[in-house]
Ligand binder design. Structure first.
Ligand SMILES: Nc1nc2c(c(=O)[nH]1)N[C@H]1C(S)=C(S)[C@@H](COP(=O)(O)OP(=O)(O)OC[C@H]3O[C@@H](n4cnc5c(=O)[nH]c(N)nc54)[C@H](O)[C@@H]3O)O[C@H]1N2
Ligand SMILES: Nc1nc2c(c(=O)[nH]1)N[C@H]1C(S)=C(S)[C@@H](COP(=O)(O)OP(=O)(O)OC[C@H]3O[C@@H](n4cnc5c(=O)[nH]c(N)nc54)[C@H](O)[C@@H]3O)O[C@H]1N2
Ligand code: SF4
Ligand SMILES: [Mo]
Length: 805
């Protein structure tokens, strides 16, 4: 770690005096001795015989790994000394943990914990703070919030949260705005979801990875499942053992590629070309499922050839909030028995092909338009763009069409590039022409994470009074950086500043100009350096009441008990929210009074009698985990082929994108890393941002036990290293016109020449100098503003050069 980047904690006379006799001084001194695990683990073991106070309690782990592993924690003499999988799970599969969970024994006592509320004294970003009391900090913050909202409107305050936040009432309590569209994890989904309607822009899988044992082919594209879904990796191997062919398409020889039957290397950012090439093969070889297309997709629908719009019963009201459903405003097809147009519900097996006249306008089918657009995109062209051999594309296409096939996409690959929606749309088309959905072994989407791919249940939610609603997030936060509108205050639950935007120089400029920036996090993040106040929160292991929360994990209900009392001066998310609410004049009973009340609410829901039959006590007695009602059934969506789309079928034709030439997916290169971008002469390397099994985003960088195995390192191919005279272990500078950072380099044959790879979440304190986010690309794609979740932040659509530092 670069010492220069460690927070410089100043002490005012006041806080120092307070600290000497108070708990702050004690805990600060205590912690210095605890950061080495050896220092406390050894004596604790030696004294084991005399230890009277030992107990276990359960909690769940990271939400943002998707694992939410239920954990059993042993506490001895007030200190957490052991973290194990919670063996109360009824299924051995769910007794999971990884190195990060185990390391919490050390990590929660880390010297990167924020120990007391801090107030900035230097310039923003200068990282100079003094310790202050909670009351003082909250009084000052709330006074400032009131001033700002009085002068600039309620929505001049913005609250943004990472995914670990334990309760999230703050936006509503303050009637503040959220960050709006996030631009994160929405690349493929923006293109895929309009066709099937599942994740609302997040490409969530239509089946559970347990379904893979029924697949003949599991085609993983742009995901590193074996690192990004650690607690469920066994499902990958179970599928392989059951005979599924595991094929991974990745520019680099990833962990998942290494565990697959086959690795197919691909040029970064060309997933769309691969899918489009496969589609052309399937159509040309007559392998498409015509019956599925006729009955379950919009392929037979008629399009006005002059306007590119789908023909409907009547003209839609363009100002309507919700699009009219197909039942309200039918689409048209060709009735093959008469050759005439008809409403789609009236014809059981409409024609896929044909030209007709409707009210004087010429119309043809989506299918015909698709054939035409695909005939312009040959498998040879796909091969040229992707670098995948023609024979390989043909082989994959045949295997995929034969099915049942699962198309396992990711959020970490081509998803983080400007053309990701085209790839998502092409994936939808691939599914639509083959029918690989809704039946055993066939599904599509991002299977990553566990929690997000398993069964769910709707837990009860705490109701707030109607007037306490968030303000409208008119503009996405990434755009506010350029045009801040009336936004003057930013409250960050998590490291919003460094994690949630690309091109950090622009973010810094924006943050510098704000009137108030607050960071709430258990750890001292990069964003904390840019904050006026840094508030210390508890982790999943600490609480002020017996039960902190209840959530859904992978196929189970999981409980967060108090394992230990809050460390240092840390407070729970809920406590801070209540204190802010009180100071803003909100009645005391508007928010749950503590974690127990929050947990009870989670279990009281009119919607689900199974959930409401549970109680906090019952869960406690069961050891803190409870299987979901449908836990043993493999989740499969759309088994009835009723899709959550406008027509109720797979809607593959996006006429709202006709003006962009993307009503059907058409190959489009990336923004910056495009092969013919002249910028490549200056910056010839693409920076791939990936996740790592050693981290959850910015989390665990500071975990000493993990640091023994992993430090942020930029990886490059030996050929690229040699060209630049870079030896393993050298500190290198990674740079482009946006910025630079310095980090250790290692060459590795698994990296594709022309790219370098670095785990995202590598922030300044853990690298030689600077922040990786200072080089990433924040250019938004114009078309993106018309997509479900707005444009994607193209973090990996980034060109750089590397030199020895
Ligand atoms: N350059 C680049 N940037 C990226 C990406 C990339 O590929 N490249 N990937 C993006 C992606 S996919 C994502 S999802 C985002 C993720 O970025 P985030 O959403 O910011 O990541 P989280 O891991 O959820 O971290 C949230 C914060 O929660 C804190 N935390 C831990 N426990 C608790 C708790 O109990 N309560 C509270 N309040 N806080 C807690 C952690 O210390 C951490 O600072 O990053 C994005 N940023
Ligand atoms: N351990 C751990 N697990 C996590 C997280 C974490 O931080 N740590 N974060 C969670 C979150 S929020 C997310 S978003 C998910 C993401 O999980 P995944 O979607 O699995 O993303 P990554 O793990 O980044 O893996 C992306 C893979 O895509 C490859 N790739 C890069 N560019 C391209 C390309 O153009 N085409 C193709 N085909 N492949 C490409 C990369 O080399 C890499 O192997 O992970 C979740 N799980
Ligand atoms: S980081 Fe994820 S896999 Fe590891 S213990 Fe936590 S929840 Fe489980
Ligand atoms: Mo993510």
């Amino acid at each position: 770690m670069a010492e220069a980047n460690a927070p410089k904690l100043g002490f005012t006379r006041r806080s120092f005096l307070k600290g000497v006799g108070g708990a702050a001084a004690l805990s600060a001194a205590g912690v210095a001795g605890m950061t080495s695990a050896q220092a406390w683990l050894a004596p604790a073991q030696a004294d084991a015989a005399q230890v009277a106070e030992e107990y276990t309690a359960c909690t769940f782990h990271q939400a943002h790994c998707g694992g939410m592993c239920p954990l059993k924690c042993t506490v001895r003499d007030g200190r957490m000394v052991l973290v194990q999988p919670n063996d109360a799970s009824t299924d051995d599969r769910y007794k999971t943990i990884c190195l990060k969970g185990i390391s919490e024994v050390q990590h929660i006592y880390s010297d990167k914990r924020v120990q007391a509320p801090l107030k900035r004294v230097g310039d923003r970003g200068s990282n100079e703070f003094v310790q202050i009391g909670w009351d003082e900090a909250l009084d000052e913050i709330c006074a400032s919030l009131k001033d700002i909202q009085a002068s600039h409107g309620k929505d001049s305050v913005m609250v943004m949260s990472g995914s670990e936040t334990n309760s999230s009432f703050l936006t509503s309590v303050l009637q503040a705005r959220s960050g709006g569209f996030t631009g994160i994890d929405v690349g493929f989904g923006n293109g895929l979801d309009p066709a099937i309607g599942y994740g609302g822009g997040f490409a969530t899988s239509t089946a559970d990875p347990r379904d893979w044992t029924e697949s003949r082919l599991v085609l993983t594209v742009g995901s590193n499942f074996c690192e990004s879904t650690l607690p469920q990796v066994r499902l990958f191997f179970e599928a392989k053992e059951a005979g599924a062919r595991m094929v991974t398409v990745d520019p680099h020889f990833s962990t998942t590629a290494g565990k697959s039957d086959e690795w197919v290397p691909i040029v970064p950012g060309t997933d769309a070309a691969l899918f489009l090439g496969m589609i052309s093969v399937i159509l040309d070889e007559g392998l498409a499922d015509d019956d599925f297309m006729r009955k379950h997709t919009s392929m037979p629908f008629l399009v006005d050839t002059a306007t590119g719009k789908l023909l409907r019963d009547h003209v839609e009201d363009p100002s309507a909030e919700e699009p009219e459903t197909g039942a309200q405003n039918p689409f048209f097809v060709i009735d093959p028995s008469t050759g005439a147009p008809a409403r789609y519900g009236e014809v059981a097996a409409p024609a896929l092909s044909g030209i007709v006249e409707v009210d004087g306008a010429q119309a043809t089918t989506v299918y015909d338009l698709m054939r035409k657009s695909q005939s312009a995109f040959t498998v040879e062209r796909a091969s040229e763009l992707t670098g995948v051999a023609v024979d390989k594309i043909v082989e994959l296409a045949r295997l995929y069409a034969k099915g049942p096939s699962s198309l396992a996409l990711g959020w970490g690959g081509n998803d983080k590039m400007g053309n990701a929606d085209v790839a998502g749309h092409a994936a939808a088309l691939l599914v639509a022409i083959t029918g690989n959905i809704g039946k055993p072994g066939a599904g599509v989407g991002v299977y990553v994470g566990g929690t997000w791919s398993g069964q769910t249940a709707a837990l009860g939610a705490w109701e707030l009074p109607e007037e306490l609603a968030p303000a409208e997030a008119k503009t996405a936060a990434y755009d506010l950086r350029h045009n801040p509108e009336n936004v003057r205050a930013l409250i960050c639950c998590g490291d919003i500043v460094a994690q949630h935007f690309a091109n950090m120089g622009v973010t810094e400029q924006w943050v510098r100009g704000l009137d108030l920036v607050v960071s709430m996090d258990p750890y001292f993040t990069e964003g904390a350096k840019w904050s006026d106040y840094v508030l210390p929160l508890t982790t999943r292991f600490e609480n002020d009441s017996d039960c902190g929360n209840i959530k859904v994990g992978y196929n189970q209900i999981v409980m967060q008990q108090k394992v230990i009392d809050p460390l240092f001066e840390a407070k729970t998310d809920l406590w801070v929210e209540r204190e802010i609410a009180r100071r803003m004049g909100i009645a005391d009973d508007v928010l749950p009074k503590d974690g127990v009340e929050l947990s009870k609410t989670a279990l009281s829901t009119a919607e689900d009698p199974y959930i409401s039959s549970l109680t906090v006590e019952k869960l406690e007695q069961a050891g803190g985990v409870w299987p979901l009602e449908n836990a043993r059934e493999v989740r499969r969506e759309y088994t009835d082929y009723e899709f959550d789309t406008v027509s109720g079928r797979m809607d593959v034709y996006y006429d709202s994108l006709a003006s962009f030439g993307q009503a059907l997916p058409v190959w489009e290169p990336c923004n910056e890393i495009a092969a013919d971008n002249p910028l490549r002469e200056k910056y010839p390397l693409q920076l791939a941002n990936v996740r790592s099994r050693f981290r959850i985003h910015n989390q665990f960088n500071d975990a000493k036990w993990i640091q023994q195995y992993f430090e942020p390192t930029v990886e490059l191919s030996p050929s690229e290293a040699q060209k630049r005279g870079i030896a393993d272990g050298d500190i290198v500078e990674v740079f482009n016109d946006r910025g630079s950072f310095q980090v250790r380099a290692v060459s590795n044959e698994s990296i594709r020449p022309g790219s370098i790879r670095l785990a995202e979440g590598s922030t300044a304190d853990y690298m030689a100098r600077g922040n990786m986010q200072s080089v990433t690309n924040d250019a938004m794609n114009e078309r993106g503003y018309g997509l479900l979740q707005g444009p994607v932040i193209p973090f990996s659509d980034t060109l750089v050069e590397v030199r020895k530092a």
